[in-house]
Structure formats: C-alpha cells, structure tokens
Ligand binder design. Structure first.
Ligand code: ZN
Length: 189
C-alpha cells in the first residue's frame, strides 16, 4: 500500500522514533508499505516519521542512482552495495568515519528543495534487519550519505538543520512556504 508522505511542517518529523522491541506482523507490513512508497516516489530512502510513524525504522535503496557511487564493507571485505539492497534498518546506531564531504541532498518531505550538505564521508552501522538479524557494516559514498540522512529523521533531525547558513538562506522562502502550507492543511499554527 502506498502511504502518504508527510511534508515539512508536520510535527511528527520532529519526533524521535521509539525503539522497535519486536518485529511484529504490523512492523513488517509497515516496512513493505514504506518500500513501496519510496519506490513510487523515486526516493533512495524513507524514514518511518515520513509516513507519520515515530519509530526507529528506515528503508534505503541506492541502486537506482547510477552516477554517484556507494561503498560497502562487511566482515572486513569490500562488497557490492547492491547485495544489501533494499536495506532495512531497525534501531540503527551509526558511528561517523572519515573526513567531512559535501554532496547534494533532497528529501521526500521537502519537494523541490535541494542543497549541498556536509557529512562524514563514511559511517559504521549497527542495526537489525527486517528479519531481526543483527547487521554490522561500513558504508561510504552515497550509501553513507543516505544512511546518515535517514538516521537523522529517526531522531527528529532534518537536512535543513545540517545546511550552512548560506545554503539555508537560498532555500528559506521555499521551506517557509512549505511549512505554512502543511500547517494550514493540518489546521495548526
Ligand atoms: Zn529526508
């Protein structure tokens, strides 16, 4: 089922996700719906908050992006990132590695807003997968960026919070208008 993607201005985007204590049939169905919704929206990642659920669950698939490379290291060996896709992360913990790198980002909760964001180039990830199995790997490039963006969502952090003052000034009018539209639709002030 395709879910409605929540836009900036909705308070759920600022909520920290609750830990998932058990992968119930409801959680599994949510994951299936999140994957379907992400593909339909042509996104590379989607967090539970973006479909209105404050939970530590995110889905990622970097395979459609051909011009920005990803790296994956598992069990001390370089692997094809495609082997891990689609990637489902439950209760993820990330540790930044490497130097800060700047790269373009968008967000399905901010249609038409794009900016360069600086984040560590790579990251170490510990999480549970869809089956509840422990995942432990290192990611680089686009995969690292996508994971950091989505894990931020799970903590109520948005990419506008990571923009430089200059980048934020460039998109200020768009994000203010988006926030006002969302709040008007929700009838909140
Ligand atoms: Zn996002």
């Amino acid at each position: 089922m395709i879910l409605t993607i929540v836009k900036y201005g909705h308070p759920v985007l600022r909520q920290k996700g609750a830990r998932v204590e058990a992968i119930t049939p409801e959680v599994d169905a949510l994951i299936a719906d999140m994957l379907e919704t992400m593909y339909e929206a042509s996104g590379v990642g989607l967090a539970a908050q973006q479909v209105g659920r404050a939970l530590q669950v995110t889905v990622i698939d970097v395979r459609p992006v051909k011009d920005r490379p990803s790296r994956l290291e598992m069990n001390g060996q370089e692997q094809d990132p495609a082997t891990l896709m689609p990637l489902v992360l439950i209760n993820p913990k990330i540790t930044p590695l490497g130097e800060p790198a700047k790269g373009p980002e968008g967000c399905l909760s901010f249609p038409e807003v794009y900016a360069d964001i600086t984040r560590p180039e790579s990251v170490e990830v510990e999480a549970l997968d869809r089956q509840g199995k422990r995942l432990h790997f290192k990611a680089g490039g686009l995969l690292s960026r996508a994971i950091q963006h989505e894990v931020d969502h799970l903590n109520g952090i948005l990419f506008i919070d990571r923009m430089s003052a200059e980048e934020k000034a460039n998109v200020r009018d768009e994000i203010d208008a988006l926030q006002a539209d969302t709040k008007a639709a929700l009838k909140i002030r």
